[in-house]
Design a protein around this ligand. Structure first.
Ligand code: HEM
Length: 356
């Protein structure tokens, strides 16, 4: 009944089964005018109405985020098909979001972080659904690579902050920074590979369900609300960013907090504090290069740090090409982004950021 999966996670019982096994087919029916969006909404109400509240509460335990994800898949599918979600679905979204202290709309964190890898939720069925799963998996991989690069940078910072000039130690810093650059390069190459294998007509279908919520008034899920790249940049050169791009820091640390992955947000705040006190890769490299240590080794460390900055720029260039290929209207400004209305401009501005 569940098809192929390595680890089913169904916190809403038969409702979760419905979201995974039937909902994508129903959405395809609506796209092909074989069902109205309001009939779809009614099917969801009927499913929810058939499950008792005590049963739901029992099954939520431990997987509250996935239970909400299932409800958000239904709500997003309905509203982006032009339908009106029923009162039962809407109130369940409201109540779960409230109890989790978050916004009642689908976020990047839901779609990419909470979506279980072994039992993935998708909007589309058939070959489009296969592309959709690949797209989420690629995004998950990019997040892991960015996280790994950040861990390498953190390790390098800790060693540099010890301020002792043993040559062996500096060697370790150099290879750690190189490893961070290599992860970031792989991440950048991953966008190009994803773009090449993602049929444009598939992405157009998938993407309609990521749009901003038409009546709750929230922005939609988007990579712009990933903190992976931002946190890496804070580690590399957060102190310089403070001075050169204060609006970039405000975007993530103040203006869009409800849309950002919560675990990474804690990290971002911590990294920001550290950056403000000079604990970044570049700031610490500046400090050791004046301290009489082996100039050759210091230079090699700096080159490795520069490589990280270049890999970030390579990502932004590759990413821009992917957007141009998949959704040229967004760059032309005639179609809004899912996270930001003026997405084309945002992407251009971000490509101007330099760390070297
Ligand atoms: C085919 C692949 C991709 C497409 C079509 C795409 C599309 C977009 C679009 C249209 C935006 C503008 C913001 C908005 O939607 O409102 C954006 C922003 C962004 N996306 Fe993607 N994206 C892709 C892959 C990725 C990947 C793999 C990552 C890695 C985490 C990522 C991270 C970002 C970031 C960080 C931004 C903010 C812009 C920046 O800082 O340069 N995207 N993306």
């Amino acid at each position: 009944m569940h098809g192929f999966m390595s680890n089913p996670i169904r916190p809403l019982g038969s409702v979760s089964d419905f979201v995974v096994d039937e909902f994508p087919l129903l959405l395809a029916n609506v796209r092909q005018n074989r069902m109205t969006p309001d009939d779809l909404a009614q099917r969801c109400e009927d499913k929810l109405g058939a499950v008792s509240v005590p049963y739901l509460l029992e099954h939520f335990r431990g997987h509250h985020d996935i239970a909400l994800l299932d409800m958000l898949f239904m709500e997003s599918g309905i509203v982006h098909s032009g339908g009106n979600p029923g009162t039962l679905l809407q109130s369940m979204v409201d109540r779960s979001a409230q109890s989790l202290g978050r916004i009642p709309a689908m976020t990047y964190e839901d779609l990419i972080f909470a979506n279980p890898k072994g039992d993935m939720r998708v909007f589309c069925e058939g070959t489009i659904g296969v592309s959709e799963k690949k797209f989420y998996r690629n995004q998950m991989r990019a997040e892991r690579q960015l996280k790994q690069a950040a861990i390498f940078c953190r390790t390098a910072i800790e060693e540099l902050a010890k301020a002792n000039d043993q040559v062996a130690l500096r060697d370790m810093v150099c290879s750690t920074l190189k490893a961070a650059a290599s992860e970031t390069y792989h991440m950048a190459q991953g966008v190009t590979a994803m773009n090449a294998e993602l049929p444009v007509e598939h992405f157009a279908v998938i993407r309609q369900y990521f749009a901003a919520h038409p009546f709750r008034g929230f922005k939609g899920p988007s990579g712009v609300f990933s903190l992976g790249l931002f946190n890496l940049e804070l580690l590399l050169a957060g102190d310089r960013l403070l001075a050169s791009n204060p609006e970039y820091l405000a975007y993530y640390l103040e203006e869009n907090v409800p849309y950002l992955p919560r675990v990474d947000m804690q990290e971002a705040r911590d990294l920001y504090t550290r950056a403000a006190s000079g604990r970044t890769v570049f700031a610490l490299l500046d400090r050791i290069s004046g301290s009489g240590i082996d100039a050759d080794l210091a230079g090699k460390c700096r080159d490795a740090a520069i490589e990280i900055g270049l890999a970030i720029r390579l990502f932004r260039g590759n990413h821009y090409k992917a957007v141009k290929h998949q959704i040229p209207d967004v760059l032309a400004g005639s179609t809004p982004g899912t996270g930001e209305a003026d997405a084309g401009n945002l992407l251009i501005e971000r490509m101007k950021i330099r760390h070297e």
